[in-house]
Design a protein around this ligand. Structure first.
Ligand SMILES: Nc1ncnc2c1ncn2[C@@H]1O[C@H](COP(=O)(O)OP(=O)(O)OP(=O)(O)O)[C@@H](O)[C@H]1O
Length: 417
């Protein structure tokens, strides 16, 4: 049963009504793990024993070690939804799992939460192996795509409920609820019944309930802004960011939206076909994508990749030399240079790494313009401030700054020698 269907009569009944196992995997409830009352020996209604509790009481480091998953038993590894991988989520940091639909983001999140038992590998919370533990025993908070709240309760009671279940004293509950409500801009609606709120505000409450507890191992969020009005997404992203900076939970956030991920998380993990292609800060992913895939996925417009030739001397683009010396094996089938549109310059004077091009289109991006130029038969985009104006005529010179051009051998970044 959905928790919004009725008010829970007690913390215990809530625990049973919000069981994730009773719901579909990614559209559901707010399972928050067993309360501390369980570890004190009181029944929480769950089938596992006290020795099967993860007893951490603070944000934890989460490690996945050689974890892989196949939904179809016996499938060859290449077809697994998640190929075996190793990742560390440090305590108190915010991470975003990003990638296109079907790349394995939710599978990985569900393995961390315990909704999916991996076919292989171990999940560690602060070094403790929690792989066999069900969701309820992992002491995590989850926020899903759709808001899950107790409609008949006030906003205040919805936020307070996870804390009351953990037998926090009244003054401590009150202080934490007001702190979280303030951060989420819900403070003037605390007395309102949740029933009449908009979907956005309901999702704010879901987020607040995920963030209100500071005794969880981690907060896991699966596309929490899906139902939010596009106009409000920006401010909500900012608020989530502010609140995570304030309370410093370990957050793992799933999204297919690179902009959402870049503006929210301290680190991103870019996924493709069940693999983590690159993990890094937004800056690292922007400045040095480890693969052309990441360069295409992160950034707007995507990174430019130009195929270059090599003779006996330097690499050439359209017959003109590039002033780079890269140690790239001869066996490489395709060598490309990657450069962000933000770093491509339209210049008036010829010089090193400057190539003749033909202006194909100009598009407006608010305060910036994107010029598409054809260089040696390949498209190159240049993103520039509006005030720089547009070149007159079709013939232009395109400069690729040495420090910003990266070499890729068969799709993978080659580190400079
Ligand atoms: N319960 C399931 N049974 C069988 N296959 C599944 C199941 N859940 C996911 N898959 C498959 O596993 C792969 C990874 O799916 P997953 O939902 O983890 O990807 P995702 O990146 O989260 O995608 P989306 O953004 O669309 O949710 C996909 O090929 C998907 O079809």
């Amino acid at each position: 049963m959905w928790p919004s269907a009725r008010s829970p009569s007690s913390c215990r009944s809530r625990a049973s009504t919000t069981s994730p196992s009773a719901t579909s995997s990614s559209s559901g409830s707010v399972p928050t793990g067993c309360s501390p009352s369980t570890s004190r020996g009181r029944s929480c209604g769950h089938p596992h024993t006290i020795s099967l509790q993860w007893k951490g009481v603070d944000m934890a480091q989460l490690d996945i070690v050689d974890v892989g998953h196949a939904y179809a038993p016996g499938a060859e590894e290449e077809r697994w939804a998640l190929k075996p991988l190793k990742l560390t989520f440090e305590s108190g940091r915010t991470y975003a799992l990003v990638g296109p639909s079907g790349c394995g983001k939710t599978t990985l999140l569900n393995i961390l939460s315990g909704l999916v038992r991996p076919s292989r590998g171990r999940v560690l919370f602060d070094g403790v192996d929690v792989t066999p533990l069900p969701t309820k025993a992992r002491n995590i908070a989850q926020v899903f795509q759709f808001p899950v709240i107790y409609k008949s309760m006030t906003v205040y009671d919805n936020l307070a409920f996870p804390l009351q279940c953990r037998r926090w004293d009244k003054a401590r509950v009150d202080s934490k609820v007001r702190q979280v409500a303030e951060a989420l801009d819900l403070h003037d609606r605390l007395k309102q019944p949740a029933r009449g709120l908009t979907a956005d505000d309901k999702q704010l409450i879901s987020l607040g309930r995920g963030l209100v507890r500071d005794d969880v191992a981690a907060v896991l969020m699966d596309e929490p802004l899906t139902v939010i009005d596009p106009q409000l997404k920006h401010s909500l992203r900012r608020r989530i960011r502010e609140i995570t900076e304030q309370f410093r939970p370990t957050v793992i956030y799933v999204t297919h939206d690179q902009y959402e991920a870049m503006s929210f998380a301290q680190e991103l993990i870019v996924m493709k076909d069940g693999r983590a292609v690159q993990q890094g800060t937004p800056e690292q992913l922007f400045e040095a994508p480890s693969a052309t895939y990441v360069g295409y996925f992160i950034g707007s417009p995507a990174m430019n990749f130009l195929t270059v030739d090599r003779g006996d001397g330097p690499f050439v683009l359209g017959g003109r030399p590039l002033s780079f010396a890269w140690d790239i094996p001869r066996s490489t089938a395709e060598v490309q240079v990657g450069v962000r549109p933000e770093y491509v310059k339209i210049v008036t004077d010829p010089g090193p790494n400057t190539f003749p091009g033909r202006l194909r289109s100009v598009s407006d991006h608010g305060a910036q313009r994107v010029l598409e130029v054809e260089v040696a038969g390949q498209p190159v985009k240049a993103k520039m401030p509006r005030e720089e104006g547009v070149p007159v005529g079709e013939e232009v010179l395109v400069h690729l700054p040495r420090a910003k051009v990266l070499p890729y051998a068969d799709g993978t970044l080659v580190l400079r020698s």
